[in-house]
Design a protein around this ligand. Structure first.
Ligand code: PEP
Ligand code: MG
Length: 322
């Protein structure tokens, strides 16, 4: 990294008027963890645990998962780490699970849907996470939650495994439980989710594709994959507002959280944590230092009330940074 940016490595993220959003890292491996630490991540906002399953010829054991989860929270030394339970399916298939082929994998058997359908795999992962919680600051979030019922079901399984471990005198830490908001149905019920979760993390990579009905990997329709579309921004703002009305923290771990054009808008919406790839952390921290959050509130409100196209949104951003 260039030397001007490295001065931002060991300082808290601060806007020009003294607001403190957290900048965290998205990781999937222990190599990524090192990059996150080297770039001054204030936490891990997304550990994509499915990589443990994908880098293996068989289901990873409870012990092998525990070893990795423990290492991550220990090396983060008390900074918050959010583990996402396995987001398998969609574009991430596991050859050894022999899942039937589907016509619409992104609308199909993936993530929490699969975890609730194959609870043995889910329970093994939860036990590894619960045991690791004794060694650091550990939170768990469930991917692709669409309904309150799914969340309650997943949380019940978590509570059950936690109670069993405690009964066996296993050391267990405090664990926050949250959801990814990446299905529009969950975004639209955010006020109700806010009553039952400890935090929400907006997964814009999937949320945008579901709002726009445009496959995130299909080049022929990539013009419709629009992070700055006012429809997407309105939905994001409504989720953040619903969280804050209830005192629930609102995070984001999709690519948009590290996008230099989106960050001013998201600061204005009051997003509490921006989780991004390690290489984006320092420049994002440098950018936020230049932003007055009150001016960004005005910008955010303009983008959701006045703009009708992505181009107009980008024009407002350009003017606000002028
Ligand atoms: C997302 O959907 O925004 C997200 C962070 O999850 P993934 O990219 O792993 O689907
Ligand atoms: Mg996703």
């Amino acid at each position: 990294a260039n030397s001007q940016l490295t001065s931002f490595r060991n300082v808290a993220t601060t806007s020009s008027d003294g607001k403190h959003p957290i900048i965290a890292a998205n990781i999937g491996t222990l190599d990524d963890l090192q990059a996150a630490i080297d770039n001054g991540a204030e936490g891990i906002g997304l550990f994509r645990t499915e990589f443990l399953y994908m880098d293996s010829d068989e289901l990873p054991s409870e012990q092998s998962q525990f070893d990795i989860y423990k290492t991550v929270v220990q090396r983060m030394a008390g900074k918050p780490v959010i583990f996402r339970t396995a987001d398998i399916g969609g574009d991430k298939e596991l050859p050894y699970l022999h899942t039937p082929h589907e016509a619409n994998p992104f609308l199909g058997y993936r993530a929490i849907r699969m975890s609730l359908d194959q609870p043995d795999i889910f329970r093994t992962q939860l036990r590894a996470l619960i045991r690791a919680s004794a060694y650091g600051n550990l939170s768990i979030m469930f991917p692709m939650i669409a309904t309150i019922t799914e969340f309650e079901h997943a949380k019940r399984i978590f509570e059950d495994e936690r109670a069993k471990l405690i009964a066996q005198d296993v050391a267990v830490g405090d664990i926050r439980i949250g959801i990814m908001v990446e299905v529009p149905a969950a975004a639209l019920l955010a006020d109700q989710f806010a009553n039952v979760v400890d935090f929400m993390s907006i997964g814009t990579n999937d949320l945008i594709q579901y709002v726009m009905a445009a496959d995130r990997g299909n080049r022929r329709i990539s013009y419709l994959y629009q992070p700055y579309n006012p429809s997407v921004l309105r939905l994001i703002k409504s989720v953040i507002d619903a969280c804050h009305d209830n005192g629930t923290p609102a995070y984001m771990c999709g690519e948009m959280a590290g996008d230099q054009k989106a960050i001013p808008i998201l600061v204005g919406m009051g997003l509490n944590e921006f989780s991004m790839s390690a290489t984006s952390i320092l420049k994002s921290r440098a950018l936020i230092k230049e932003l007055d959050s009150r001016e960004m509130v005005t910008l955010a409100n303009k983008t959701v009330s006045l703009a009708s196209t992505s181009q107009q949104v980008l024009k407002y951003v350009h003017q606000a940074l002028g």
